[in-house]
Design a protein around this ligand. Sequence first.
Ligand code: FE2
Length: 325
Amino acid sequence: MANTGVIRGTHHLTFCVGGAQEDYDFHVRLLALKSVKKTVLFDGEIPIYHLYYGNDLGDASTLLTAFPYRQAGWMGKRGTNQAKQLNLSVPPDAIAYWSDRLGGAGVDVQGIELFGTERLFFRHPCGIPYALVADPGPDERAPVEGGDVPGEYAIRGAHGTTTSVREVGEMDFFITTGMQGELVASEGRNHQYRIGTEGGYGRILELVEEPDLPQGTWHFGEGTIHHHAFDVASEENQQVVKDWIVGLGFTDVSDRKDRGYFLSCYCRSPGGLLVELAYSTPEGFLIDEAADELGTHMCIPPHWEHRRAEIAQLEPIDTVETVVS
Ligand SMILES: [Fe+2]
């Protein structure tokens, strides 16, 4: 048997938003996630915040990470051949609570049912589609404690993503052969796949066929999802997964990049979704902050330290927690 390596599930979901304050308020004050790390985007020439939200410890699969691009003026365009929607798991009886909470905050919400699960559809202020999915499966992920959303209703973390595709064929091959996933069900233009292992979360990849939409942008830009990172757990396994995908002919998997808290390779999938294969370092988010201080510092990576003055020009964020710069 071929050694395909193991993808556990989601590691994190990353997207480009508008203003940093708007994004912080949406994720922390409305969705009641914790701001677990404030740092900067490691790539590129201009300083951009990298804001991480998740559960109290920022466990893999609970992480949503945002690049606020409005200050830089970089706009994205949503379309097909692009990641379309972030799907987050909530307990099965939490939909009514969230419908009231989001609706009460002036957010347009729409209840739908897809693949046998109740879902609440809404949008980030920058336009990115979100869905809360009433996930009936067992979910041992610890929710944020002490927030103003009761733990019984709190968001557990990633359920997965939906990618808009022109057609299913080549993406089906990438998911089922490259990522060792399986097709679970199809409903009209919607197709659901499960990847990963029993110990992982955020294992659901969905495709929606939208062949008539224009191409969505792949560069960093406000209003678009940038990538879906999957948890490959270790350096050795990351290499095995990469070798398997490269061996199928997807030779454009990137070199391993040090992201400070995890190490990552990136690969553009045929459906347009940028796939990241990541494993956390042993220290993870504790490499630059103590567990009880997560999110309370502006964490500057060593290679940006000499540009601290430029980073200080980023828009200030009014936060729930006290942040030391
Ligand atoms: Fe990432």
